[in-house]
Design a binder for this molecule. Structure first.
Ligand code: TRP
Length: 450
């Protein structure tokens, strides 16, 4: 089978990349950190970081990919053949992808498990007993079988989509799933906003409180901006190599950034008004999604099954399109690096990441000896994924694009070889050379030593 490795349209490219960017981070992390660090005040800073810094990194990754027509294994050498060591930056991106995907599979398996629990009614049977709901989650997440089975089912679905190729698999699935995701989200927003006392949730999310915007809040905003856009792991390099040559990269990047941000804000609107309306305390991460929200849904009475099913389906779809891009990133790397065919690369990579995923999942409780530096393997990888690898890899990528390669490559890609105007170029260059690396160094140092 000859593989056509380009997205067929600009819309398809945007949907695929938005699918990658919109994930668990948008839903269970953004709304919570936004409320915690000052609502509207946090939002303003977040917007500045996303649109000034995150976008510059995404655009740089797209440039590397589309210019070289390669993924991270070959792109770096292609652009600077005289300095072969830079290919290690591509490798670093892929290692980051690998660590994130193994962990992402575990979290995604949970979303699937909870979707099944919702639709079969076993979640709503727990009623509004907070202790029962929490123990249901700890039993599920520390179980050996249930969580591993869902993880494997989710991984196989991801693999099947990648096996269908770039156009039919990734693009086709994203073009269908992303509109569905937005629809589900809008249904949830309407439900949440029409509950009595919804305005308290909106207040938590949006009313600006600059006193809560501490330096820790600023760092959280920056970290979240990078994580949410899926930058710093080579995935956008791979997707960049699939973007049609006639597309305007800046416009594409802008669309992705706007959509990702909007969906994060809407997720907040879908969640917090409901949480406050039923008198619960806000939380973030798994605690929010698996302990607080089931209680919120169960408080809705007869419609609890419907809304919790819609919510966990929404979560699973968001996780799936992100997992697709992570698996594609590593697969395309294996194809280029070892000259493997796509099928072989996909199956091998999927099996290895799933295997590691199962080990991480078991380390959550079923096999407590799976530890590193006296933390469970899952928590260890979680730490590495959130503070170390992504900013490091993004920093190396930015240095490569802004200081190592010939700036002709950047101009050509941003102007489509002189056909477009790129009035923003000096600003892009300035931010990319100085401000973004500085911000990444700060994130990295505070993450490591702060
Ligand atoms: N952006 C995703 C989210 O918000 C998570 C993520 C980080 C990711 N890096 C990635 C997804 C790379 C795909 C590829 O949850």
């Amino acid at each position: 089978m000859t593989e056509n490795k380009t997205f067929t349209s600009n819309f398809g490219a945007i949907m695929a990349a938005v699918g990658s960017a919109v994930g668990l981070g948008n839903i269970w992390r953004f709304p919570y950190v936004c409320g915690k660090y000052g609502g509207g005040a946090f939002l303003i800073v977040y917007l500045i970081f996303v649109f000034l810094l995150g976008m510059v990194i995404m655009l740089s990754e797209f440039i590397i990919g589309r210019r070289s027509q390669h993924g991270p294994a070959l792109a770096f050498n292609h652009l600077v053949p005289q300095r072969p060591r830079w290919r290690l930056v591509g490798l670093l991106g892929i290692i980051t992808c690998f660590c994130i995907l193994s962990q992402y599979f575990v979290l995604s398996g949970w979303t699937l498990g909870y979707f099944v629990q919702s639709i079969t009614g076993s979640l709503s049977k727990l009623g509004t007993d907070a202790a029962a709901i929490s123990s249901n989650f700890s039993q599920f997440s520390t179980s050996a079988w249930a969580s591993s089975c869902y993880l494997v089912i989710f991984g196989i679905a991801t693999m099947a989509i990648i096996l269908c190729g770039v156009q039919k698999g990734i693009e086709g699935v994203s073009k269908v799933l992303m509109p569905i995701l937005i629809l589900l989200l809008l249904v949830l927003c309407v439900r949440s906003l029409t509950l009595p006392g919804a305005s308290k949730g909106l207040q938590y999310l949006f009313s600006p409180d600059f006193t809560k915007l501490t330096s820790e809040g600023l760092l959280a905003a920056l970290g979240q901006a990078l994580f949410s856009l899926s930058v710093g792991m080579g995935v956008m390099i791979v997707y960049g190599s699939y973007i049609p040559v006639s597309d305007n990269l800046m416009k594409t990047t802008l669309w992705i950034t706007i959509s990702d941000t909007l969906i994060a804000v809407l997720a907040g609107i879908a969640i917090f008004p409901a949480v406050f309306s039923y008198g619960f305390d806000p939380a973030g991460g798994p605690g929010l999604v698996y302990c607080v929200l089931p209680n919120v849904f169960n408080s809705m009475g007869s419609s609890s099954i419907i809304f919790s099913s819609i919510f966990f389906l929404f979560l699973a779809v968001a996780a799936l399109t992100s997992a697709i891009s992570l698996l594609e990133g590593i697969t395309s790397w294996a194809c280029e690096r070892f000259n493997w065919r796509r099928v072989r690369a996909t199956v091998t990579v999927a099996l290895i990441t799933l295997g590691v995923g199962v080990i991480l999942s078991l380390s959550n409780g079923a096999v407590p000896t799976l530890q590193l530096f006296s933390k469970s393997l899952f928590d260890f990888i979680d730490g590495v994924n959130s503070i170390l690898l992504p900013p490091l890899s993004a920093l190396a990528t930015m240095i490569f694009v802004m200081w190592i390669i010939d700036s002709r490559h950047l101009r050509d890609e941003l102007t489509n070889h002189g056909q477009l105007r790129a009035a923003y170029y000096p600003a892009f260059r300035f931010l990319g050379r100085y401000i973004v690396p500085l911000a990444l160094i700060i994130v990295l140092l505070t993450g490591l030593f702060g």
